[in-house]
Design a protein around this ligand. Structure first.
Ligand code: GLN
Length: 201
């Protein structure tokens, strides 16, 4: 069975695990290198990128994780996880590092304080369908290399790129793991991660 690790240093782990389990794979928390080496793919959840960065270094995971991702371990980064995957960050705190997996510049807290949290209907480009997305103090993609595929833009806030794919990595500004009360879960983003895992085999 496919096993997806969820980086469990900080952030919302359980909702991602539910999405992965709904898709028929198993989900485990990752806090140490031996756990990282046992998974077929990884999720870096939302939370606070400055804290995730610090904890990765304290747990001595930063460099080994970067190496696994550079070698092709499939990864999904959401919100703070998107920031962690970027090559460049606008609005980083001093000394903040990212893993540099996707050649793109992201802007932290891009939607401003007044849009702390919002729900938006996006167009999911792979099939042109609508996707209901929840944003929480989210980043957006300010610019990206030509090789980076845009999966979704936020027309409601001026057409910013909010989901991308590059090689073994997917990143979303929003929280695809959040299911609104009473809504049917939409696991298309997590399915892209599982498809990346399947195509690597
Ligand atoms: N929901 C989130 O993950 C917020 C991200 C946070 N603003 C950061 O910079 O890391």
């Amino acid at each position: 069975m496919t096993t997806i690790g969820i980086l469990a240093l900080q952030g919302d782990v359980r909702e991602h695990a539910h999405a992965i389990e709904r898709l028929g794979a198993s989900a485990v928390g990752v806090r140490r290198l031996s756990e990282l080496d046992a998974v077929d793919g990884l999720i870096i959840p939302g939370g606070e990128s400055t804290t995730i960065d610090k904890l990765l270094r304290i747990f001595e995971l930063f460099d080994p994780l970067k190496q696994r991702l550079d070698e092709g371990l499939p990864v999904l980064g959401t919100c703070a996880g998107m920031i962690m995957l970027a090559s460049d960050i606008i609005g980083a705190i001093e000394g903040q590092r990212s893993l540099g997996v996707i050649p793109m510049t992201v802007r932290r807290n891009a939607f401003g304080r007044q849009v702390d949290s919002s729900e938006v209907e996006l167009t999911w480009r792979p099939d042109g369908s609508t996707m209901h997305a929840t944003f929480i103090r989210a980043p957006w993609v300010e610019s990206s290399a030509d090789a980076v595929e845009v999966l979704a833009v936020d027309e409601a806030h001026g057409g910013q790129t909010v989901a991308v794919r590059h090689r073994n990595a997917i990143a979303t500004s929003f929280h695809p793991e959040i299911v609104a009360p009473g809504a049917t879960p939409d696991d298309r983003v997590h399915q892209v991660l599982l498809d990346l895992v399947a195509s690597r085999r």
